[in-house]
Design a protein around this ligand. Sequence first.
Ligand SMILES: [Zn+2]
Length: 218
Amino acid sequence: MAALLTWNDWNAQPGGHSGSLVHGTPGARGPARRPPEGTRKRVARCAGTAGPLLAGRPGSFANATIASDFDPSRGKPPKPKIAIVTCADPRLTDIEQMLGLAHADVDMIRNFGTVIDDDAARSLVLSTRLLGTQEIMIINHTDCGMLRFVDNELEDRLRKETGRAPIAPARFYSFTDAEANTKEQIQKARSHPWIAPEIPVRGFVYDVSTGRLKEVFP
Ligand SMILES: [Zn+2]
C-alpha cells in the first residue's frame, strides 16, 4: 500500500509543447499566445518574491501594475466555444496554450482529479445550455495526485487527525488508472440528460513529462 503523500511531494515539471487537438483536428495548433513582454517581466519579478504570495501583503500585488495595461475588451460577455474539464494540478494551468486555443474560446472547469461530479455536471450544463459551448473535452493526466491515495485511507487519516467526521465531501474520487478513469468520466458526461446528445464529448490523458495528449475512447 502506497504511503500518503502531500501535495508538496509532487514534482512540478512543465511538459514541452506538442501537437494537440483543436476542434477535432489532430495536429492543428494556433499561434502561441504569450503575454506582452512588459507583463512577463513584471510577473517574473513578482514570482521571485520570497514568502507567502498573499498573506500579509495587502496592496503589494503586481496586479496594480499589470492592470494598467488591461485591455477593456476582455470585459465583454464571453462566448466560449468549448468546455474543458481538467485537473486543478498546476501543471495543467496552461492547457489552452498546450492546445493552441485562445483563452476566450475556452470555458475551463477544474477540480482535483478531473471528476464529472455533481459540481462539474452543473458547470457543463450551464456551459453548454447558457454560455453556448459546443464541445466538451475531458483531460486527465499522468502522475495525478489522485493516484497516490485511496479514499477510505485518507478519510481514516483525516478522522484521526481532526477527531471529526463531516458529512462532506462524500468522496474524494481517487483512482488507480488514468485512462480507465477518463472513460468513466466521458460516460458520466455523455449520459447526463441535460447535456445535449449533439455535443461531442472526448477524453484525453495529458502526459506531464512530454506535454502530449493521448485520446481515450469510451
Ligand atoms: Zn491531477
